[in-house]
Design a protein around this ligand. Sequence first.
Ligand code: R5P
Length: 296
Amino acid sequence: MTHALLIVSGPASPTLARRVADAMKTDVMQLEHKVFPDGETYIRFPESVAGKQVAVIQSCYPPQNKNLVDLLFILDGAREMGAKEIAAIVPYFAYARQDDAYRSGEAVSAKTNARLIEAAGASHFLTIDIPSNKALRFFKIHSENLTCMNLIATYLKTRSLESPYVLAPDDGAIPLAQTVSTTLRCEYAWFEKLRDKVTGAVSTSGKDVDLKGRDAIIVDDVISTGKTIANAAQIAKKQGAKRAIAACAHPLLTGDAEQTLRSAGVDETIGTDSIESRPQLVSIAPVLAEALRRIW
Ligand code: R5P
């Protein structure tokens, strides 16, 4: 290992870490990692990181509790070894949606996790298309929300799209839809989504948009159960869309999400390498590499 800047691959993000290291022409360190029979995890750095600027890449998708704890072990391990500076790069920041106590007595999980990441030694925190920007206010260290929507739009441009129209399935996704529609030079609109705070059930009301014969591109930060996108796709198809293409930064696709999307008429789902072992048509490595070059 020769460079002062070192990419450390968390066990949740080996593919992405390698891509970021390649983009930065720097070294990547794979850690020793194992899971004991009782579920506890073991992390070991094969070499010292003393004096280095260390960028730890560990996305915290499910199993998010394990991935978060592994991240904390890595950050603390790097600090104990004398790393000069540590950036926690967490493309999918689990628990970001619990950014406040919406019902009295709720634990504000995003706050707890921000405190833990700081306490473990991170001096920078980078994430991508965070479901709630509000969650970043809990960090006292430098924190940034990046976006991969330009990369998704650039990928979409390589596809033969029929008169595309970008849709945000809720108002939180409006900035994402704006970014994608600017690159695609097309219109965008957004739907209204209501989520029951107790049951999590989602209902969506559409806007009157003429989508006849057009490709509807539905963009969101996360696809979890798929219900948000499914509702939007059903409306889009009813309004005449020829195809419904879903695109997101974090394709969690939990449970039978893929079936939910298909049944709602989603023709294709585009995701990124924020989540290993999911459809990775777009890599977020260029965005992360650029941010790292900027901070270091
Ligand atoms: C929150 O509103 C997010 O932006 C996503 O829309 C949401 O997390 C998607 O979840 P699901 O796929 O379960 O509807």
